[in-house]
Design a protein around this ligand. Structure first.
Ligand SMILES: [Zn+2]
Length: 232
């Protein structure tokens, strides 16, 4: 478990076992946790970090339903029962075990590892909803219901697997040899590309991905990533 703070509000927590990240976002009433890493031990560590930083976990949020982001989810809910549990409305169906695609989604097969969770969300969200200071940005592509989160205070974007930054900023539609896993788990390349194009228009100060380091001042790297996937 490796922890690093970025700016005033963001802590990145990286698993010791696999390069996957969760985030703590500081709010006036405590912390929002985004994603939950691989297992119960990770959830315990996220809770311990929040307490060491002097706040309670107030909200538990997921970017998407892939197994490497939700392993600690049920445990986190169990040890922070006061926290709201907030999931994208579309992704919630995957978490409940319904892997069927809607008619509009069937041009591409669902990819990547899914598992079910026991915890029932207390709130379902979609594009433009607010979670504390975070604005929900619907970023379908990696999964049909994938969400990113834009911190309105400092323009950080928590991107989940809309992109990764292992080696460089890479949209998860693009298979990059340094870290191929997100691309192999991506549902729709065209949706993924359009979603990252939209994230770029928000002029982020910082990208906080599900896999890889936090990247500051990402405009050039985002433009390069979008150029590489043109015509895909
Ligand atoms: Zn994923």
């Amino acid at each position: 478990m490796k922890v690093q703070q970025y700016g005033e509000y963001l802590w990145q927590v990286r698993s010791a076992w696999f390069p996957v990240n969760a985030y703590l976002v500081r709010e006036s009433d405590g912390f929002t946790v985004i994603d939950s890493l691989l297992g119960a031990g990770d959830a315990d560590a996220l809770q311990a970090l929040a307490q060491r930083l002097g706040g309670d976990i107030r909200r538990i949020v997921l970017t998407h339903g892939h197994i490497d982001h939700i392993g600690g989810f049920d445990r986190l809910h169990a040890i922070a029962p006061q926290a709201e549990v907030i999931v994208g409305a579309r992704e919630a169906r995957f978490l409940a075990g319904d892997l069927q695609l809607d008619a509009s989604e069937q041009a591409h097969p669902l990819r990547g590892g899914y598992t079910t969770v026991r915890t029932v969300p207390t709130r379902l969200v979609g594009d433009a909803d607010m979670i504390g200071s975070l604005r929900v940005v619907a970023t379908p592509g990696h999964t049909p219901g994938h969400l990113s989160f834009f911190d309105s205070r400092d323009a950080t974007i928590i991107t989940g697997d809309a992109l990764h930054t292992v080696g460089r900023v890479t949209i998860t539609s693009e298979l990059y040899w340094k870290f191929p896993f997100p691309a192999t788990a991506t549902w729709s390349k065209s949706h993924a590309n359009a979603s990252v194009a939209q994230l770029a228009t928000l002029n982020p100060s910082r990208l906080a991905p599900g896999h890889g380091q936090v990247v500051a001042d990402p405009a050039e790297q985002l433009a390069a990533a979008l150029t590489r996937v043109q015509g895909q």
